[in-house]
Design a protein around this ligand. Sequence first.
Ligand SMILES: NC(=O)c1ccc[n+]([C@@H]2O[C@H](COP(=O)([O-])OP(=O)(O)OC[C@H]3O[C@@H](n4cnc5c(N)ncnc54)[C@H](O)[C@@H]3O)[C@@H](O)[C@H]2O)c1
Length: 258
Amino acid sequence: MPIKNKSVVITGAGSGIGAFIAKAFSQKGANVSLLDINEEGLNNSYDEINKMGRICLKQKIDITSKNDVFGAGNTIINKFGKIDVWINCAGISIIIPFLECTEEIWDKTLAVNLKGMYLGCQCAVSKMLKNGGGSIINFSSQSGKKGGARYQAYCASKAGVIGLTQSVAVEFAKQNIRVNAICPGVVKTPMWDRQIGDYAQKRKLKPEEVMPYFCGTIPMGRVCEYQEVADLAFYLAGEKSSYITGQAINLTGGSLMS
Ligand SMILES: NC(=O)c1ccc[n+]([C@@H]2O[C@H](COP(=O)([O-])OP(=O)(O)OC[C@H]3O[C@@H](n4cnc5c(N)ncnc54)[C@H](O)[C@@H]3O)[C@@H](O)[C@H]2O)c1
């Protein structure tokens, strides 16, 4: 079991993909640390993992704050002694016509989606250097590889995540720290529940027509399952991907091929 007893940190662990991945890693025997700004979501994930009979750590943090991120890193080292895997999953998404995109929306999106990942990577690397290496997984998106109308700030931030991932990967490859990005297509999470109305407006659809519309555009004819994201994260976290670093891997059912 390559994941068993590993110390795995997940940002955005209070909702959606991050919450699912946290439970999945815990089920496989990892010691998981849950980080999120949303206390209620964080508590739900924490309780579910405790009910599984597993220990974990939770910490309410804002990933855009260096103090919060590095403070959490120190707390995790005090509890679990090391950090083997750091998964930067927290993110926000706003769909808005370009001419209506305010500086606030731009700054917030870039702060959470890009600065937050830079701080997460920096904290993870500083700890991993002390225990002989590790694996960092950053959540980019298919929108990090291909722009989309009304999606300027999100696409820019997710493209930035790929640049960050490649740069940190090259700098620390010899120290056995691997850094990769996952680029999902559509996963039906609370993020989509919130933005489905805005997407429907962009395509002139009814909200209930959006998911069937996506399925019609995806070669595999369906959106991505949570488990499929967790399976790629397991792979990138474990030794089976030991020669893979600096990659931004599409998880899009064939929608993107480069
Ligand atoms: N759902 C999709 O279709 C999809 C597709 C491609 C990429 N992604 C990426 O996957 C990741 C997870 O997305 P999701 O759909 O599960 O979203 P979600 O909204 O369900 O969960 C995101 C979590 O991030 C947390 N968060 C937001 N700002 C934060 C901050 N400043 N500090 C700490 N935590 C913060 C939220 O509280 C929330 O719990 C995101 O990075 C997203 O961009 C999602």
